[in-house]
Design a protein around this ligand. Structure first.
Ligand code: EPS
Length: 383
């Protein structure tokens, strides 16, 4: 079983993760993980914090001489901003002014009530999307594993604050390449500029913006996941993982909500066979998943991120110390983090896909898994 946990507060000393269930013999370097950490930090509309942080991972365990050992992989990403928060965030001793003005849309108020604290900082430090830095680190391990088997994950942004990109019929690696060159991770330079102007306008208004991104995974063999139980269905697992990213409010797979208007005759992907390709489809409305299992077509996931709840022109709230009306806390924040969220989604998708992959082909070493995959592929050739 592949699993990970994270720990760490936004302005604490560091973020850490332990990834367990990684097979032995996988090439893995800090440099590889750092590439993805840097991708997450980019994006137009980010705040001043990203000028402070330059995320770098340190591999603490589970890797020796550039290859995994099969033991837990422990990773740490240090918060540079910790230097400025030592007094407020120190683990022992000291006092700090309580934050008491919850932001609508944030974890602030439900968290304060749940944990019976009147200092919202006790909640916001952990609910902060800063935690996604180390999720990308964990996801990079899973991604490296998938790459070893020809499975690749891409993402791009399709909408920010109502400025929409209509997807062109291009291969995912091409769309990805164009998204990587865009400040909003949008594959179209003209739409990128429109998105940037929309973000500028929101920034000028003291407002924030959400949007939609798409993640595509290619090279997946059919049969990952299962139809037999709710918690083994791959679409459910992917949706749960993507929904767990901070500020995500909706996830769809393939045609998703678009199925509401399509008749069955146009909704389903007809089945074809050729000696060269085996079974294949000419459309992919299902988003690569039928009955909770991959069907061999690319997996396509879209998700919507709500606008960031920290507004420079704050919304109405209540002071939880006095119960009197008060404007919400104004904290340094981002205007838009949709481009970053799409990179985080790649990471959590990688973990789910690698987990399902290991369940089917699992072994203790990459060598063993390669043999298992070869065996399955040769069965499918005769199928
Ligand atoms: C975040 C608020 C901002 C973001 C942060 C997420 O942090 P700060 O309050 O320190 O300015 O920059 O995201 C990151 C630090 C990051 O690396 O992604 C929040 O409240 O979720």
């Amino acid at each position: 079983m592949l699993r990970y946990l994270t720990a760490g507060e936004s302005h604490g000393k560091a973020l850490v993760t332990i990834v367990e269930g990684v097979p032995a013999g996988l090439r893995l370097t800090a440099e590889y993980i750092n590439t993805h950490l840097a991708r997450r930090q980019q994006g137009y509309g980010r705040g001043a914090r990203q000028k402070i942080e330059k995320d770098q991972v340190e591999i603490l365990s589970g890797v020796r001489l550039g290859r995994t050992l099969g033991s837990p992989v422990a990773l740490v990403v240090r918060n540079r901003d910790w230097e400025n928060w030592k007094d407020v965030m120190k683990p022992e001793g000291g006092r700090a002014q309580a934050l008491t003005h919850p932001r609508p849309g944030h974890a602030d108020l439900p968290g304060a009530m749940k944990y019976l604290t009147r200092d919202i900082r006790n909640i916001l430090e952990r609910s902060s999307a800063r935690e996604t830095a180390v999720r990308v680190a964990a996801g990079s391990v899973a991604r490296r594993l998938l790459e070893e088997f020809g499975i690749h994950i891409y993402s791009w942004v399709v909408e920010i604050g109502g400025v929409r990109y209509t997807k062109k019929d291009l291969p995912p690696e091409k769309l990805f390449e164009m998204a990587e060159a865009s400040e909003t991770r949008c594959p179209d330079p003209v739409v990128t500029e429109k998105m940037k102007r929309r973000i500028d306008r929101a920034c000028g208004d003291g407002d924030s913006l959400g949007g939609i991104f798409e993640v595509v995974a290619t090279g997946l063999p059919p049969g990952l996941g299962s139809h037999v139980h709710w918690d083994r269905k791959l679409d459910a697992r992917l949706a749960g993982a993507v929904m767990s990213i901070q500020a995500i409010k909706g996830v769809e797979i393939g045609e998703g909500f678009g199925f509401a208007v399509l008749p069955g005759s146009r909704a389903h992907d007809e089945i074809f066979y050729s000696k060269h390709r085996g079974y294949y489809r000419r459309t992919n409305h299902a988003g690569g998943i039928e009955g909770g299992m991959t069907n061999g077509e690319p997996v396509v996931i879209r998700a919507v991120m709500k606008p960031i709840p920290t507004l420079m022109r704050p919304l109405h709230s209540v002071d939880i110390a006095t119960r009197r009306a008060h404007l919400a806390t104004v904290e340094r924040s981002d205007v838009c983090a949709v481009p970053s969220a799409s990179v985080v989604a790649e990471a959590v998708v990688a973990v789910e896909l690698a987990g399902a992959f290991l369940e089917k082909f699992g072994g203790d070493s990459v060598k063993e898994i390669k043999r298992n995959l070869r065996g399955y592929r040769s069965e499918l050739k005769r199928f």
